[in-house]
Design a protein around this ligand. Structure first.
Ligand SMILES: O=C(O)CCC(=O)N[C@@H](CCC(=O)O)C(=O)O
Ligand SMILES: [Zn+2]
Length: 331
């Protein structure tokens, strides 16, 4: 198999479901689920996923570009790797999802929605992760990077969203995120149904949702703005030196979540509001019946405002900025 993305989009499995070259053995497990095992032993296991949302194409293109020289045998593989294209049906239709946002369904939450395609896919992806992490139990370093793009423009074009983690984040992981030239890191404070939360909670993997620019159709992305991420991923995959850290990402933590419950929901932000726009204390952000969401801290920044989410889902996050802990992030 030469082109994992085209193979996945074609909706058919490759003629040969596994193969080898001088550096690795690859195996197609199912649609959009591919493992690559290096010939030389490795300390690190990595899950690299993209296309969890079908309209977020830049990361899918990046991932496929990085995979090509591995599959052709041109570059060595330095990590035990599982590559996932999260929602192939949604990628084919260019939509965020078909019937349900799959990134709210992990950790068994798929059982709470009726029998929709995303519920079946979430179960399939959970099983793929379970098998992979079981086989990689002995790997010292276990990471999951889930690549997305934001729907809106942002004051920070490249940022990472970290799931709740009951353990301190490993220094080498934070260092990699800084070397990937991310502008900011956002830290969740509560559990969620995201893919990265699932890996972190159930398999103790250091995980992060990377947000790379704005959602555009295939072929319309300017990948130059993500060269830092591409270089840092290449370093990880091919065992090369990481790019130097030029700037420490800013740190934010989630202060409150705005949730839409019904058709009465009103978000007091227009489509032009960028991610990380700051609002002063007391600003009315959203309302629904008797419920009102106000800025509670001196200054809060909005992330992912979206009045059109399905009832019960997150319509926005409000963040406060924090001073990054020193140590790992020292330049
Ligand atoms: O721009 C938006 O509104 C959403 C972009 C996106 O898909 N973000 C992820 C973040 C996941 C996380 O909180 O870790 C999502 O909403 O699933
Ligand atoms: Zn996404």
């Amino acid at each position: 198999m030469q082109d994992f993305l085209q193979q996945t989009l074609s909706g058919t499995p490759p003629a040969q479901r596994q193969g080898s070259n001088a550096h690795l053995h690859w195996q197609w497990h199912d649609e959009g689920i591919l493992s690559l095992t290096p010939v030389n032993p490795s300390r690190q296991a990595l899950v690299l996923s993209a296309g969890i949302h079908g309209n977020e194409t830049a990361p899918v293109e990046i991932l496929n570009l990085l995979l090509e020289p591995l599959l052709s045998g041109e570059r060595p593989l330095a990590v035990r790797l599982l590559v996932l294209l999260g929602n192939p049906a949604a990628l084919r239709s260019g939509k965020r999802y078909q019937q349900h946002d799959i990134n709210r369904l992990f950790g068994g939450r798929w059982q709470q929605v009726s029998d929709v395609p995303e519920a079946r896919r979430a179960l399939q992806l959970e099983r793929a992760l379970e098998n992979f992490w079981r086989e990689c139990r002995d790997h010292e370093i276990r990471w999951h990077l889930d690549l997305h793009t934001a729907i809106r423009g942002s004051y920070h074009a490249r940022f990472g969203v970290m799931p709740l983690n009951t353990h301190p984040w490993p220094d080498d992981f934070l260092h990699w995120l800084a070397a990937a030239n991310l502008d900011a890191l956002v830290f969740h404070r509560t559990p969620g149904g995201t893919f990265t939360h699932f890996s972190c909670e159930h398999y103790d993997a250091a995980s992060c949702t990377l947000e790379l620019g704005r959602a555009l159709p295939f072929g319309e992305n300017d990948l130059n703005q993500f060269s830092g991420v591409q270089q840092a991923l290449a370093a990880l995959l091919y065992g090369e030196a990481l790019p130097a850290v030029h700037e420490t990402p800013r740190h934010y933590r989630v202060a409150q979540q705005i949730t839409r419950h019904s058709d009465d929901f009103i978000l007091h932000m227009g489509p032009e509001t960028l991610n990380f726009t700051a609002f002063p204390q007391g600003t009315l952000l959203a309302e629904e019946g008797d419920t009102r969401y106000y800025v509670q801290q001196a200054r809060e920044y909005v992330l992912f405002p979206n009045p059109n989410v399905a009832p019960g889902l997150r319509a926005g996050l409000m963040l406060v900025e924090e001073t990054p802990q020193t140590g790992a992030l020292a330049l």
